[in-house]
Design a protein around this ligand. Structure first.
Ligand code: NI
Length: 170
């Protein structure tokens, strides 16, 4: 088990569509453990494999602190099979874009199909914050970041801010 380094925006792996998992082996279990450990270390509520440099369709989420006790999950090969027409807008951040936050429109409720760490099929319904985090993390698996889901104008402002943050770190 290890806390891995979180990749930040600018690294091409965050823009690469990930490969499906087909081996439910020790490597996968280690990947899931590392994802949880890295997420807890960074005090996040969700993390996707590309964020630690692994281009695979794996995400972890833990919303137990948000009083959703069922919401500690590792999802392998997840996909959205239904999304509500109703949406909501809430601020989002991302461990791979530290310092930026923006209001993002997401489906209010979704149904997701996935497999668990042993390869067993699972289906779950989520709404509110849980649905939002799932959508955010699943976007990572397709190389999409929250900054892609805003208007062109807002995106320019966000990218300017990001450049400033990056320059301050150098
Ligand atoms: Ni993210």
């Amino acid at each position: 088990m290890a806390v891995r380094q979180i990749v930040v925006m600018g690294d091409p792996i965050l823009r690469t569509a990930t490969a499906e998992v087909d081996a439910f082996d020790r490597d996968l279990k280690m990947l899931v453990r590392d994802l949880f450990e890295t997420m807890y270390h960074a005090e996040g509520i969700g993390l996707a494999a590309p964020q630690i440099g692994i281009s695979r369709r794996v995400i972890v989420i833990d919303l137990r602190s948000e009083e959703q006790p069922e919401a500690r999950l590792a999802l392998i090969n997840p996909s959205v099979v239904w999304a509500s027409a109703e949406s909501d807008k809430e601020p989002e951040g991302c461990l791979s874009i530290p310092g930026l936050e923006e209001v993002i429109k997401r489906s209010l409720a979704i149904r997701v199909e996935a497999v668990d760490i042993d390869g067993g099929r699972m289906e779950l319904e989520a709404e509110g914050l849980f649905a939002r985090v799932l959508q955010h993390e699943m976007d990572h698996l397709d190389g999409i970041l929250f900054v892609d889901r805003v208007s062109a104008l807002k995106r320019r402002i966000l990218m300017k801010k990001w450049k400033k943050i990056q320059a301050e770190e150098d």
